[in-house]
Design a protein around this ligand. Structure first.
Ligand SMILES: [Zn+2]
Length: 71
């Protein structure tokens, strides 16, 4: 499974709100449109909190939608 990189997601400058740890980019499994994808997102190394950028939370995963259309 290929890992999707989202331009909006950038770990630089993000810190976990709960434990104030710097976040690092990690592939995270997301379910979207009944399919499972790996998306690289900022993750807290301490508590595992995943930062979902606004673009993703709003359902605008254009890259994923394009992948689905290519099938
Ligand atoms: Zn944390």
């Amino acid at each position: 499974m290929s890992v999707i990189k989202v331009p909006e997601a950038d770990a630089a400058g993000w810190r976990c709100a709960a434990c104030d740890e710097p976040m690092s980019m990690k592939p995270v499994e997301l379910e979207y449109l009944e399919s499972l994808f790996k998306v690289e997102l900022p993750v807290c190394a301490k508590c595992g909190y995943v930062l979902i950028p606004e673009g993703l939370a709003g359902g605008k995963m254009h890259q994923v939608e394009q992948l689905l259309e290519d099938k």
